[in-house]
Design a protein around this ligand. Sequence first.
Ligand SMILES: [Zn+2]
Length: 123
Amino acid sequence: MICSKCGAVIDDQSRFCDLCGAPAGVQDNTQPVNVVCPEQGKIIEEKKPPFSGFCITGFVLPFLWLGFIGLPLSILGIVDCNKNDKRGKGLGIAGLILNILNILGYIIVAVFLYFFMLGLRPS
Ligand SMILES: [Zn+2]
């Protein structure tokens, strides 16, 4: 047969062209076209759904000690993921936990400051 790429004569038994390395003859069809997720058996589409911005923002805010803003954003993010089939639900749940911890941190600091101020008060 003749190489479709460079035109060199290829042995009928060989799968690739000796000259340019192009696959000989008909293209190999054994390679799967779609990637199938083994767990769900669904065909993963090329275009993935977008990440929920609420989840990302809600995850970042507790690191800036903005848990009071981050908490409702994380909740909105999880709802956003469920309703609009967006990605980042795990991030939203992680953000939810971090925001709650952040708010607890505020309470601990507030209690600490309260007793600190009490200690500073002249008797
Ligand atoms: Zn060739």
